[in-house]
Design a protein around this ligand. Structure first.
Ligand SMILES: *Cc1c(COP(=O)(O)O)cnc(C)c1O
Length: 372
């Protein structure tokens, strides 16, 4: 017997997540400096100053375990969202809430239906439990194929992931489309609505998921402090659902999964409307600047309700940009070889992106077949 024979077969079949190299290492390898990172949909303004203030004070208390119930954050967030405190579960990032869902509901052989391309964690958490991801391709407009997802789920599904707005495309769907979809889905299928970019959404008919949860208890909305609140490095995300579903997740949860600093910073960030508003405005003006500039370069740009944009450039652009000190996300792993995902940056960062692309175009065509 070797380890290979005893490891769970569905774990052996996974490929470890490939993290991006640290900026410093990329710069050292390429002999460049001053690069900008537009690859992970982080807040280019940084964290809320109020979060930074409370971090210093909380740091003196880190010899104490955190509050395992996230009491203060739970109360404040419940008020902010107009839901009951028992409707919230917190995680070490939204990613942990996805894992808790998988651990709580999935068993080997279960079918989990998801759009594709979408967030890479969905198949990972499903496969991690031995469940089977069922991928439903996006439409030609890069939208969720909601009727297609409902049809796939009608063949038996334990869980459905929807990502609204979708990462990595930025596209979103409205309340009416979601209502039509939900009417097709049996009440015992767990529907996860990933709304990591909720605070950036600009469309006015975006679904009101808390009211949907009140009508359909097996629904969970996922949100995070990593994006608009600028706390990606601290790891805190949350789910909103029915008290019953939250109760099951709580049974599977580690008692101290949100650390003391993360809770304090999230609480402070939540109270900083001004920072969130500034971030939203900067993001909207960034999209307004980038879209026509990218189109003028001859690329197709998808409309985005998030803090990133999907751009069809042709192959090899992520690499070419990297050599000029602009880090964007290549999407070859999603079957989108000709596309990049660009996080909206500060105006200087956005200008650097456009100038770099102009220089790349002036240089002539990128050798085809170059890795993107
Ligand atoms: C960023 C993101 C999350 C959660 O990120 P955390 O940092 O783990 O909170 C979840 N879903 C999508 C689609 C995301 O882009």
């Amino acid at each position: 017997m070797s380890l290979r024979d005893v490891v769970n077969p569905h774990i052996r079949g996974l490929r470890p997540y490939e993290p991006c190299k640290p900026i410093e290492e990329v710069e050292r390898e390429l002999g460049i400096s001053g690069s900008v990172k537009l690859a992970s949909n982080e807040n280019p303004l940084g964290p809320s100053p109020r979060a930074l203030e409370v971090l210093a004070a909380s740091a003196e208390e880190i010899h104490r375990y955190p509050d395992g119930a996230c009491f203060a954050l739970r109360a404040r967030l419940a008020e902010h969202l107009s839901v009951d405190p028992a409707q919230l579960v917190f995680g070490c990032g939204g990613d942990e809430v996805l894992e808790l869902l998988a651990k709580t509901f999935l068993a080997p052989g279960d079918r989990v239906v998801m759009p594709w391309p979408s967030f890479a964690m969905y198949p990972i958490v499903a496969k991690g439990m031995g469940a089977e991801p069922v991928f439903v391709p996006l439409t030609a407009e890069m939208d969720h194929d909601l009727p297609g997802i409902a049809a796939a789920a009608s063949e038996g599904a334990k869980m459905i992931f929807l990502c609204n707005p979708n990462n990595p495309t930025g596209t979103s769907f409205g309340a009416e489309a979601l209502d039509r979809f939900m009417a097709e889905i049996p009440d015992d299928v767990v529907v996860v609505l990933d709304e990591a970019y909720f605070e950036y959404v600009r469309r006015s008919d975006f679904p009101d998921t808390p009211s949907l949860i009140a009508k359909r208890p097996a629904t969970l909305a996922l949100r995070t402090f990593s994006k608009i609140y600028g706390l990606a490095g601290l790891r805190v995300g949350y789910g909103i659902s029915s008290p019953e579903l939250i109760g099951y997740l709580d049974r599977a949860r580690h008692p101290f999964n949100v650390n003391r600093l993360a809770e304090a910073a999230a609480l402070a960030a939540l109270g900083d409307d001004e920072h969130a508003q500034r971030t939203r405005e900067m993001n909207a003006s960034g999209i307004e600047y980038l879209t026509p500039e990218l189109e003028a370069l001859g690329y197709r740009v998808w409309p985005s309700d998030a803090n990133f944009i999907l751009v069809e450039t042709g192959p090899g652009y992520a690499d070419a940009l990297l050599r000029r000190g602009v880090i964007v996300r290549p999407l070859g792993g999603f079957g989108l070889d000709n596309h990049i995902r660009v996080s909206v940056g500060t105006s200087e960062e956005n200008e650097k992106l456009i100038k770099s692309l102009q220089a790349i175009e002036q240089q002539g065509p990128i050798a085809s077949g170059a890795p993107s």
